[in-house]
Design a protein around this ligand. Sequence first.
Ligand code: ADP
Length: 402
Amino acid sequence: MSGATRVLVLNSGSSSVKYQLVDMADGRRLAAGLVERIGEHSGRLVHTPVRGERRERNTAFPDHAAALKAVSEELAADGTGLDSRELAAVGHRVVHGGTRFTEPTLITDEVLDEVRALVPLAPLHNPANVTGIEVARTLRPDLPQVAVFDTAFHATLPEYAARYALERTTADRYAVRRYGFHGTSHQYVSRATAALLCRRPAEVNVIVLHLGNGASASAVAGGVCVETSMGLTPLEGLVMGTRTGDLDPAVILHLHRVGGLSVDEIDDLLNRRSGVLGLCGDNDMREVVRRRAGGDPDAVLAFEVYIHRLRKYLGAYCAVLGRVDAVAFTAGVGENSAAVRAAATTGLEGLGISVDAALNELPTSGPRLISPAYSRVAVAVVPTDEELEIARQTFALVRRSA
Ligand code: ADP
């Protein structure tokens, strides 16, 4: 194997590509960027090298191939384009691995076919992930490419947690079960939380609350995920920026039978027009918190609904784990909103959970504890880094296979 240590991480969406270049010699991020509005008449590439000025291109990117070529040019200008010998691999985020992919996987033609076969389970995400992989393989056919699946960390869910109580033959015929998402983040944060406590992952039980625009909770026992709040799709579980989270499934029947809404209309309603946005008109938690502080009743209610669901999951996962060593808040809301963290944990001393108000308000970044020294359960804020975790898993696999 060559001494190359750099990994390009690609997260390809239907009209966007997010990327990061990471040097696994020391885990340093060398550059990050984003191409938006691929396929539209005006697109944008923003490239941010760690050393040097942020650069921007405002031009059309007709397809993912054009976008990735431009990304490679920007990276080459800093010294490590897609053709660089310093590149050890490309790591691709792939949303759905079904029951087939439970580990990072070296991409071959057969693997790509199997990822394509999972498209019915993730019709919005997997096709874009596949396109990103195809383009990267065309541009650099000799380079190992690795798929890291958002579902993989949840593959350890016990069967009783992964099963819906849905008639078995039908459930199995359509692969209906709970897969979970945000797995790379839950894995990274649960390990980083153990490190913050100076313990090994195998020694601690952690509840991870990933609260971004999408939101999910997980219960991780000794480094192994045993429960998570998202299900067949990312719609189940917590209240999110624009998604309902848990809902009586009969609501869908009712909206169809009585309201006359089509399947696509209901899909749009539940995934894109509900959640905090649907309750108060804003999905940015900063705005919700600001309006709530001013007494806006819609924002007050949206916040209450959001927090109530979060607390229900927190309590449930205490019961799932039995012994909880830490609760970790992460992602945009979890890392930044002291108001959400305070409201989610108030009055939970009976569960061993308490938060120090002053520590919670400190505007520091980086992993930190916000619980008082006497707290039985450590409460932590742990910034997530999915790209670093993808780079890590990619590099480890490439090393092993060399
Ligand atoms: P995703 O990756 O799911 O798009 P992020 O993890 O980046 O989301 O989180 C984005 C969300 O974080 C935004 O919707 C915003 O509401 C929230 N957020 C960012 N900063 C703050 C803050 N200071 N206070 C509250 N919420 C914040």
